[in-house]
Design a protein around this ligand. Structure first.
Ligand SMILES: [Fe+2]
Ligand SMILES: [Fe+2]
Length: 472
């Protein structure tokens, strides 16, 4: 039985009451977390009852319980996937040894850094999204935003548990620091660039869930392969929550695309601004932006850090245990995109130093599957337009393409060309102002903003016009 004990102050399935030191550390952190949530969580909605899903067990089926909850009363806690008996380190130099239940001393600093970097993204996204409630396109969408927010809050708990349980005083200091950094703050920013960008509107929010949360999925999936078993089990359970966040993003954009197509046909025009819609070119610009900043999150193409994480058994490849090779990669190579003068060319590099790029490739393939589903909607409307992923070298700030200007179709261009054309490729101030002008709240059950189609179905078998958030 993989149930979660909700009778304790901190719900958990890790027998927290048997570890007094850890229990005290977490009970000390809990009120600080709640202060942070009140401060930085969904602005203006803390007292509203929201129809939320809470984890009640960690097995694949039936872990979710739905009910009205006020967000500050959400039962955040510590839930690890069930242990796999006899699990081993499955890759790198320690392949074949029993998986570690304690942090190996020599990898302590590296492992702590990996956990802190992942942990930092979780509260960051809540901060980025804290003003969106005020401009929700429907109660259905408002509820989905809050579901994502409380689960990101729980992901922070998941990382803080690892820090407090396994890293002593350093871990406790890192747990505090996770509540002190702020997204976009000049003095104490969040660690990764994309998590300091603004999420000012719902088009950005859905793009963020589709592209940036998907980076999270790929990072978590690689950490779920870790030889450090508590990290693996923590990430495996987080992935079940992450799937919902990507659904919110993909379905949200699909509904915006759907509505754009309907308005195009109704008014026989591509220009939807007089009709209060988001045209496909506007959607493409936001897509270009969010895709490119999310690609940066995977790090440099060639990375000795990535090689070390793998060799030491701390972070695997996506679906490591399903791959049929030696899981050591010392002699293997991998094709990596590189700059050859003015050309972008492929070159075989050592597989170990190319692991960031390999994970980025897995990610891009996953994004492309989502785009194909959006394009299917456009095709079904008989409209001749295709959304495309920008070339991986486009608008990059990290890695070998950070210093060159590249068009979305992958041509290296001059700075002058970039200056003349980037407004066709990325949202301009006018685009942002237009999107902002559409952000008028719609909060009547069953009603939707004009720029987005209703979903095909509601949540947990409820009707689309169910009162997902009680605003009264
Ligand atoms: Fe998360
Ligand atoms: Fe997420």
């Amino acid at each position: 039985m993989a149930g979660i004990d909700y009778t304790e102050r901190i719900p958990n399935n890790v027998a927290l009451h048997e570890n007094r030191r850890l229990q005290r550390a977490l009970e000390d952190w809990q009120p600080k977390f709640l202060d942070w949530w009140q401060d930085m969580g969904p602005n203006g909605f803390q007292a509203k009852e929201t129809y939320l899903r809470t984890a009640v067990s960690v097995d694949a089926k039936g872990w979710a319980h739905f009910d009205y909850v006020r967000m500050p009363e959400y039962r955040w806690g510590i839930f690890l996937a069930e242990p796999e008996p006899g699990r081993e380190v499955n890759f790198g130099d320690h392949k074949g040894q029993p998986a570690w239940q304690e942090v190996p001393g020599e990898y302590r600093g590296t492992l702590r850094r990996l956990i802190v970097t992942q942990g930092d993204t979780e509260p960051a996204s809540v901060e980025q999204q804290c003003h969106l409630g005020r401009t929700c396109p429907s109660l259905y969408d408002l509820r989905n935003l809050f579901q994502v927010n409380v689960e990101e809050g729980r992901h922070l708990w998941a990382m803080v548990y690892l820090l407090d349980a396994h890293f002593g005083r350093d871990g406790r200091e890192e747990s505090e620091a996770l509540l002190q950094r702020r997204s976009g703050d000049a003095d104490k920013p969040r660690i990764l660039g994309a998590f300091n960008e603004k999420t000012p509107d719902w088009l950005s929010f859905f793009m963020f869930c589709f592209f940036t949360d998907r980076d999270g999925k790929y990072q978590l999936a690689s950490l779920a392969e870790s030889g450090f078993d508590p990290l693996s089990r923590t990430c495996r359970f987080m992935l079940t929550e992450e799937a919902h966040h990507m659904f919110v993003g993909e379905a949200g954009i699909m509904r915006i695309v759907q509505r754009a197509c309907e308005l195009m046909r109704e008014h026989k025009t591509e220009d939807l601004r007089p009709h209060g819609g988001m045209d496909l070119r506007l959607i493409q610009k936001y897509l270009n932006f969010h895709c490119s900043v999310s690609l940066d999150l995977f790090g440099s193409e060639i990375s000795t850090n990535a090689a070390n994480f793998y060799t030491t058994g701390l972070k695997g490849r996506f679906e490591e245990t399903r791959k049929h090779d030696d899981h050591q990669l010392k002699d293997a190579t991998y094709p990596v995109a590189e700059l050859e003068g003015e050309r972008i060319a492929m070159r075989e590099e050592g597989a170990l130093v190319s692991l960031n790029e390999r994970l980025r490739d897995d990610y891009v393939a996953d994004c492309a599957r989502g785009l194909a589903r959006w394009n299917e909607v456009i095709r079904k409307h008989g409209i001749d337009f295709e959304l495309t992923l920008p070339h991986r070298a486009f608008h990059r700030a990290i890695g070998i393409f950070a210093d060159v200007r590249v068009s979305p179709d992958g041509r290296v261009i001059s700075q002058a060309d970039w200056d003349a054309r980037h407004g066709e490729w990325l949202p301009t101030e006018a685009d942002k102002a237009y999107v902002e002008s559409l952000m008028q709240p719609v909060a009547e059950p069953g009603k939707f903003a004009n720029w987005i189609a209703p979903p095909a179905r509601g949540i947990n078998g409820r009707a689309v016009d169910f009162e997902y958030v009680r605003l009264g």
